[in-house]
Design a protein around this ligand. Structure first.
Ligand SMILES: [Zn+2]
Length: 492
């Protein structure tokens, strides 16, 4: 058996890992690299293997950095099954359709940029798109000329992908390919997320792999705690926060409640919460429901201003089989009390979104994107960032060079949608909502297996996170801990 890692090696996006035997090729994840447009396009536009020769894909969860290249895999000839949980399948459908529309607008942006560069250069550059020959319908569907950058995939490609989904339950083995079977265990990260146990038999010898996917943390709202990792020969672990410790979730409920009370006391203005559509939105709504039940929130109301977040919330509510006991009891209470439901609105149209800005009532607005780089949150920020009656809660990781990072590091002036704005709003970081295990969580999950494991591979973490974690794990008895580089092959 060989293992190869094609992404998320030294960073946290583009997860894609290949298990190869003499009779099967199986992918764990098929994720999109996410970063600046030009670099994302360059890194995402091709595969380092032949998609036609992949027998099956096993998906840990629906986040785009783990699933976002599935439609491209299908477009390039993959015809096998894509195994995932029912919750992941439903979330992947809306996330992949949303991603297809982002691919189209990114390609259009790059084309405009390239046209400008070409005009200022004496030599026109021929683009290096790796599309197949004899494939005119693709360009026709995109309504883009052949000599321009094409989107990585379109919504038609997503629709070709969905029928390949094979929904699996937690803890039940399923056949993946010749000599390969797998089963999912609850990872407690987002709805339907799993850590994956893979059993590979080759020439009469059987080995087990435990792959964490994105491993959650105990005590998160709504979801059950992550199930412990089982015994395996080989571990593949994420390391997003391999060297950091999170604040406990219980403190977040208090801090968020204090921010809501500040808004209630002001009696006007905004509490702006930039969020990721899947996971964070639902966790914050759930926490707000508890706060509305137990604290003095005056006339405060809540608006979820993101069509994708609204769809994701509907999907989460339709999958109560993934909820923990506390959440099931809480939802019974929420549905029997009117106060929260009457204060909560989900805006759909752009007009509804804009009309929120004219409403003088004190309002909590949850809107995407989480790093404040795109989406409707930008309109709310441009309207409110200069007002002292606005507070902005930063509830997620803010990458370098994003508007979110500039605000959280104390910028006095920011550029939003082409205009300069003074920052007079209060900026409040609230980083305990993370859905990833921290250093202590990863060590607690992995250390019990140090004695037996033949090898442990750390992926899905920047090097300042995975290198210290590797050191910690070696000290706890793992004989072989690797931090693989891109495309490196390991024989097992
Ligand atoms: Zn994730």
């Amino acid at each position: 058996m060989n293992l190869r890692f094609f992404g998320a090696t030294g960073d946290t996006t583009g997860s894609c890992h290949l298990i190869e035997t003499d009779q099967a090729r199986v992918l764990l994840e098929c994720g999109l690299y996410q970063g600046r447009r030009e670099e994302s396009y360059r890194r995402n536009r091709s595969f380092a293997f032949d998609p036609e020769k992949i027998d099956a894909v096993v998906q840990s969860h629906a986040h785009i950095d783990h699933s976002g290249k599935l439609p491209m895999l299908v477009r390039h000839g993959f015809v096998g099954r894509i195994h995932l949980t029912g919750g992941s399948a439903d979330l992947a459908e809306i996330l992949l359709l949303d991603s297809a529309s982002i691919q189209l607008s990114d390609a259009q942006f790059l084309n405009r940029q390239r046209t400008r560069k070409t005009l200022s250069s004496s030599r026109a550059r021929k683009h290096e798109w790796t599309r197949r020959e004899n494939d005119p319908p693709y360009a026709a569907r995109a309504e883009l000329p052949q000599d321009e950058v094409l989107p990585l995939y379109l919504d038609e490609d997503v629709r070709d992908t969905l029928p390949l989904f094979s929904r699996q339950r937690y803890r039940e083995w399923f056949d993946v390919a010749r000599g390969v079977r797998a089963r999912f265990h609850d990872a407690g990260h987002i709805l339907g997320s799993a850590w994956i146990e893979v059993e590979v038999t080759e020439r009469g010898r059987t080995q087990r792999i435990a792959f964490t996917g994105d491993y959650g943390r105990p005590g998160q709202p709504i979801l059950r705690d992550p199930e412990p990792l089982l015994e395996a020969d080989v571990y593949i672990s994420e390391s997003t926060y391999g060297a950091r410790s999170h604040l406990p979730y219980a403190g977040m409920e208090k801090d968020l409640g204090d921010a809501v009370e500040r808004l209630a006391r002001r009696g006007t203005g905004r509490l702006l919460v930039p969020v990721f559509a899947v996971g964070r939105t639902q966790n914050i709504l759930y926490t707000l429901a508890r706060i509305f039940r137990t604290r003095n929130v005056g006339e405060v109301r809540i608006a979820v201003d993101s069509p994708l977040a609204t769809k994701a919330t509907r999907i989460v509510l339709s999958h109560k089989e993934y909820f923990d006991e506390e959440a099931l009891a809480e939802f019974v209470r929420i549905s029997s009390e009117r106060q929260f439901a009457e204060r909560l609105v989900f805006t759909e149209s752009v007009d509804e979104s804009k009309s929120l800005n004219r409403d003088p009532r004190p309002t909590i607005v949850l809107s995407a994107s989480g790093m404040m780089e795109s989406g409707r949150i930008l309109h709310h920020l441009s309207f409110h960032v200069s007002r002292p009656d606005c507070e902005i809660l930063v509830v997620g990781y803010q990458a370098a060079s994003t508007l979110g990072r500039r605000l959280v590091t104390g910028a006095k002036e920011v550029n939003i949608l082409g205009n300069r704005h003074y920052v007079r709003a209060q900026i409040t970081p609230m980083l305990g909502f993370s859905a990833h295990a921290d250093r202590e969580g990863l060590l607690a999950a992995l250390t019990p297996h140090a004695g037996r494991a033949k090898a442990l591979y750390l992926i899905h973490g920047e090097d300042d996170q995975r290198a210290p974690l590797a050191k910690d794990l070696r000290e706890r008895g793992f004989v072989r801990v690797e931090c693989p580089e891109d495309a490196r092959e390991f024989a097992l």
